[in-house]
Design a protein around this ligand. Structure first.
Ligand code: GDD
Ligand code: MG
Length: 404
């Protein structure tokens, strides 16, 4: 892959946010190919070998709930063989056990491809027991004691599991993507971001090139979704309020397709449902922005947290037959995590509270946001002991054995 270096960086304390980077070539050859001297100043080449090494240490998590198996099989086909694949499903178990059908199909896929694929159900009591062993019970439902519903809750469970695998990176890919080629591209861009980053605390967020829609009888390649436009605006206003310079640096406030180093993943707090992605920014600013909420450690001042935003080339086509209601939930979640943060300046809070009030009046069923602590203090030994008794033990052990 050949990718431009960021031409601008905004800084808030130890958090560096790089401007969107464009991909020039999806494939730029191997390290043996000659390169024009000096070309690396503006455009960076990531040779196959470097990409392979990063992907070998990357877990790709596919959160899913009641998606069509054929669609998800396409997604799995797009994940490089060297990545550990983890499917966290919250699909129905009755009246038809959709999960049992998924598990059989994905395990068969794993046999055919010789890929390391781990398939778990979010509501499996064993997963709850693992959270108990880890001492991380915040994502458990108080009545049933199982992991709560929600995409974020599935993602946090995935982080707990991946922390046992020895992988250095974790990336997320939605299960309802129609183009295996775009899945493949996103993962290569995650690798390119980590390849270019100078920090072991880094995050790569994908900015879709376009999201095709059918308008009338023609295709329209939309650039921005309704929610992301507003989320980006408020996140950028927040940075502006602190730096005094107007900025539009953030283009990936809601990026569902994102990856981070496990070092960062274990140290961030999280929020529920679809608010998890905008909250990444907020929590990075709270923790590492030097805004008086926490004291910055010497290590973070030296190493920084680096955010890379990469513009993909493939259009993003996902299942848009799911109805519109959760768009409002997504917007509401983003507004809430920004406005409830202690770092949110009063004038932004005021603007947001008007918007939040309107959404609450229009959609009285809208769910409130929950917050979850970081995974920094989990008991990995106790988790390892608990996992030994589960059918997942061999694959976790295999991952740890792989040379990383
Ligand atoms: N494990 C799990 N548990 N997965 C879930 C759950 C759940 O409770 N709910 C939804 N998912 C899965 C879906 O099956 C899909 O693979 C993925 O999470 C995203 O859900 P969608 O319902 O397809 O969300 P979206 O397409 O509207 O929004 C996506 O893109 C946004 C950016 O535009 C999400 O990734 C958002 O988080 C993101 O902000
Ligand atoms: Mg979707």
């Amino acid at each position: 892959m050949r990718i431009e270096i960021p031409n601008e960086t905004e800084r808030l304390g130890a958090v560096l946010i790089n401007s969107v980077q464009k991909v020039y070539e999806l494939d730029s050859g191997s390290s043996a190919d000659p390169e024009t001297p000096g070309n690396g100043y503006l455009i960076q080449r990531m040779p196959y070998e470097a990409e392979y090494e990063i992907e070998k240490s990357m877990a790709i998590v596919v959160p899913m709930r009641n998606e069509r198996i054929k669609l998800v099989e396409g997604v799995l086909a797009g994940i490089p063989n060297q990545c550990l694949t983890l499917i966290v499903s919250n699909s129905d178990r009755s009246p038809v056990d959709r999960f049992a059908i998924e598990r059989d199909a994905f395990n068969r896929f794993a046999r055919f491809t010789q890929k390391q694929v781990l398939v778990v159900h979010q509501k499996d009591p064993n997963m709850a027991a693992l959270c108990q062993a880890a001492g991380y019970t915040d994502i458990l439902d108080e009545v049933e004691g199982r992991v709560k519903n929600g995409k974020a809750e599935g993602m946090i469970l995935a982080k707990l599991l991946v922390s046992l695998s020895g992988c250095r990176y974790i990336g997320f890919i939605d299960a309802d993507n129609y183009f295996p080629g775009s899945v493949h591209e996103y993962i290569r861009e995650y690798a390119a971001g980590f390849y270019m980053s100078n920090s072991c605390y880094s995050m790569v967020r994908i900015h879709w090139h376009s999201k095709p829609k059918i308008i009338g009888d023609a295709l329209f390649f939309a650039k921005w979704g309704r929610t992301s436009k507003q989320t980006n605006h408020f996140l950028n206003s927040l940075i502006t309020a602190y730096t005094g310079y107007e900025t539009e640096i953030i283009k990936t406030g809601n990026a569902g397709e994102h990856a981070m180093t496990m070092n960062l993943a274990m140290n961030l707090n999280y929020s529920s449902g679809y608010s998890i992605e905008p909250y990444h920014y907020i929590n990075m600013f709270e923790r590492y922005g030097g805004l008086g909420i926490t004291t910055l450690s010497e290590e973070m001042i030296e190493k920084h947290v680096e955010v890379m935003q990469i513009e993909s080339r493939n259009p993003h086509l996902h299942d848009f037959g799911k109805g519109d209601e959760h768009i409002e939930q997504m917007t509401y979640g983003a507004f809430q995590v920004i406005s409830q943060s202690p770092i949110c300046p009063a004038e932004i809070k005021e603007k947001l509270s008007g918007e939040i009030g309107e959404l609450e009046r229009e959609y009285p069923q809208i769910s409130p946001i929950s917050y979850y602590p970081s995974l920094a203090d989990i008991d990995k030994d106790a988790m390892m002991e608990a996992i030994e008794k589960l059918p997942y033990a061999p694959i976790i052990a295999k991952c740890r054995e792989r040379k990383r």
